[in-house]
Design a protein around this ligand. Structure first.
Ligand code: NAD
Length: 361
């Protein structure tokens, strides 16, 4: 009998290619995973009439863990993003995105090793929007005039930015616990609390309160614009970055750029009950179906999944397999200057992962 049951959602665009590649590597390290493949995204809309079919959500709830490829968000169709629906529906309140310099991937900086912890359920991403010209937008304008004496233009659309003390406390607590359990030394909280006093202000307030319970972890706070500038100059100075939702989304892509690109950064979405692992990149329609996609981001997301399942040695094997293949540099995809296919790259990583027998020094 399989030891672990994991929902596998290949997704759209390059998703099925990087998902198949990831499966090859995770099957090679052989921890006894039963894969339950389920649809989501554009393909699911065509076959099941829904971007996120109930059976997919049920399977994730049943397995409690899932790994997913990227999903194309239809623009201007009124559909809510599947990713946002998953994060809210399963209350996956913490996004964890490690970015570290990888061997054999030349970048401006050689010693980046940081983790972005992003709040995943609130802020401008919660999806509370009022469409320009709608009755609701008009009602909101009137209400704002009445209660706050504020005028917004009649042709404005509005997106709300709620940040609650409850939501802020749990993500701050999570980030400090994460720092402690992963032997990280410092948490840096990014915000714009001087301008958004009642949303980012709450985030900062929660950070100040929670930090007092974690005397062993250093922490500091920094305005998000200043953080961006410092990351571009000295990213090696940062350890754990804790950010509200939208800033976390932007800064984690920036960090991907610092270590060699979107094809390399894994991610985890974690809640109290469920966890969904996924690469940071999107469905890359420009290279979909061509076996050009770099599978490393999703394979490393698979390593995070293995750690979550308690399969630490297997996770280390996978990470070693990625590092060693990159270090040797013979087999790599086009984004890293190579010519290998997605699957050839994954097979090389699987071979290195399996060959490695001892823990890293
Ligand atoms: P993207 O990440 O798909 O692509 C940006 C650029 O990076 C493209 O040039 C692409 O070819 C390249 N790239 C991305 N991943 C790569 C990989 N693994 N290997 C090699 N090159 C890679 O971002 P986008 O173009 O802004 O978005 C495309 C679609 O993906 C949109 O519909 C967006 O909504 C969706 N998206 C989904 C997720 C998700 O499901 N988690 C995340 C981001 C974007």
């Amino acid at each position: 009998m399989a030891k672990h049951r994991v929902a596998l959602i290949p997704g759209d665009g390059i998703g099925p290619e990087v998902a198949a590649a990831t499966r090859v590597v995770l099957d090679a390290v052989d921890v006894g995973i039963e894969w339950l493949e389920r649809p989501a995204g554009e393909g699911a809309l065509a076959t099941h009439g829904a971007l996120l079919p109930d059976e997919t959500l049920d399977t994730i709830r049943d397995c409690r863990v899932a790994i997913k490829g990227p999903i194309t968000t239809p623009v201007g169709t009124g559909f809510r993003s599947v990713n946002v629906a998953l994060r809210l529906g399963l209350d996956l309140f913490a996004a964890v995105r490690p970015a570290r310099s990888l061997p054999g991937v030349p970048t401006r900086f050689e010693d980046v090793d940081l983790v972005v912890v992003r709040e995943n359920t609130e802020d401008l991403y919660q999806g509370i929007e009022f469409e320009r010209g709608s009755e609701q937008a008009a009602a909101l304008r009137e209400e704002l005039r009445d209660i706050a004496g504020e005028e917004i233009r009649p042709d404005a659309g509005v997106t709300l930015k709620p940040i609650s003390l409850t939501g802020a406390h749990r993500i701050v607590h999570f980030a400090f616990e994460y720092a402690r359990s992963h032997r990280r030394k410092r948490v840096t909280v990014g915000h714009k609390a001087n301008v958004m006093r009642f949303s980012d202000g709450i985030f900062l307030e929660a950070a100040i309160e929670e930090a007092s319970h974690f005397g062993d972890i250093a922490w500091d706070e920094i305005q998000i614009d200043h953080l961006s500038s410092r990351l571009a100059r000295k990213p090696e100075e940062f350890d754990v970055l804790l950010l509200p939702n939208l800033y976390g989304d932007i800064i984690s892509d920036l960090c991907a750029g610092l270590v060699g690109g979107l094809g390399l950064i894994p991610g985890a979405n974690i809640g109290w009950e469920y966890a969904v692992f996924e690469p940071v990149h999107g469905s890359a329609p420009d290279i979909a179906g061509q076996q050009k996609a770099n599978p490393v981001a999703m394979i490393l997301s698979g390593a995070l999944l293995l750690r979550h399942l308690g399969e630490i040695e297997a996770a280390e094997n996978v990470e070693w397999g990625v590092d060693e293949t990159l270090r040797k540099g013979e087999i790599r995809t086009a984004d890293l200057g190579g010519t290998a296919t997605t699957m050839a790259f994954a097979e090389a990583i699987a071979a290195e992962a399996v060959a490695w027998e001892h823990g890293p020094s």
